[in-house]
Ligand binder design. Structure first.
Ligand SMILES: N[C@@H](CCC(=O)N[C@@H](CS)C(=O)NCC(=O)O)C(=O)O
Length: 246
């Protein structure tokens, strides 16, 4: 793959005992659930890639018999993928082993270095590119599912569930993250899938709120009273909860 460089296993030791703070770029569940400690985070993008729900998953969001679909990046010369980068302290020796298990062992992803472009806060602010680590699932990995008609992918996402929860939660929380934190970013693939999952859930009278399961309830307790929008049943605060078939 151009403009990224894979970090081979024997170089990982060097990565895991880094002496400098380092950036990790997320474009899927890492955006809303990094799972490791970090010093700061900033939204931004990587160039030369597009996000696709073409990676199968039999652990977090699916099972061996019913694999779910999670996000990966495919090479796309004109592509830009927005997400969030996390600055990890040099003395943090836990983040990379944690991600190696979550992403590589459990998910079939590999680790690469890439240029990350922070979203400029002010026109004048320096948005110089930064080196970042990121995890990409390439077509050669054993969980790869590849392209499929969007309605087929949406139905698969709506029907699958794994140890981390419903596959639909993964999609809806990523769409939520993009809308709330990077409203200017376009991602036709992501938002088309979201629209289809919501439509099929309505057609099948599936309550997305209950589909989110306990994990979502815990998250809602932390949501401020002034939830920006009750657009999603999954975001209706507990006390006003009603199941909305959308
Ligand atoms: N590497 C991508 C995708 C990572 C990802 O979504 N990995 C999945 C599958 S291995 C995961 O960790 N899922 C945890 C969850 O679904 O909550 C990212 O930077 O966010």
């Amino acid at each position: 793959m151009n403009n990224v460089e894979e970090i081979k296993r024997n170089d990982m030791e060097g990565q895991e005992t880094k002496k400098e703070p380092f950036w990790i770029f997320g474009y899927g569940s890492l955006c809303w659930n990094p799972g490791f400690e970090y010093k700061q985070s900033v939204t931004g993008y990587v160039k030369g890639f597009s996000r696709r729900f073409w990676q199968g998953n039999t652990t977090h969001r699916g099972t061996e018999g019913k694999p779910g679909r999670v996000a990966t990046l495919i090479e796309d010369k004109e592509g830009i993928t927005w997400g969030k980068a996390f600055l990890v302290a040099a003395e943090n020796n836990a983040a990379l082993p944690y991600l190696s298990n979550r992403e590589c062992q459990l998910g079939g992803y590999r680790i690469y270095t890439v240029n990350f472009y922070p979203k400029p806060f002010l026109p004048s602010s320096s948005s110089d590119k930064k080196d970042a680590l990121l995890y990409i699932a390439v077509p050669e990995n054993k969980h790869w599912l590849g392209a499929a008609p969007l309605p087929e992918i949406a139905r698969q996402i709506l029907e699958c569930h794994g140890s981390s929860g419903p596959n639909a939660e993964y999609l809806l929380r990523l769409a939520d993250f993009m809308r709330e934190e990077i409203p200017e970013a376009l991602d036709e693939h992501l938002f088309s899938l979201e629209r289809l999952v919501r439509k099929f859930a309505g057609d099948m009278k599936i309550c997305l709120r209950s589909l989110m399961g306990e994990a979502q309830e815990r998250r809602e307790e932390k949501v401020e009273a002034t939830v920006p929008s009750n657009q999603f049943a999954s975001r209706v605060p507990e006390k006003k909860l009603r199941c909305v078939n959308m």
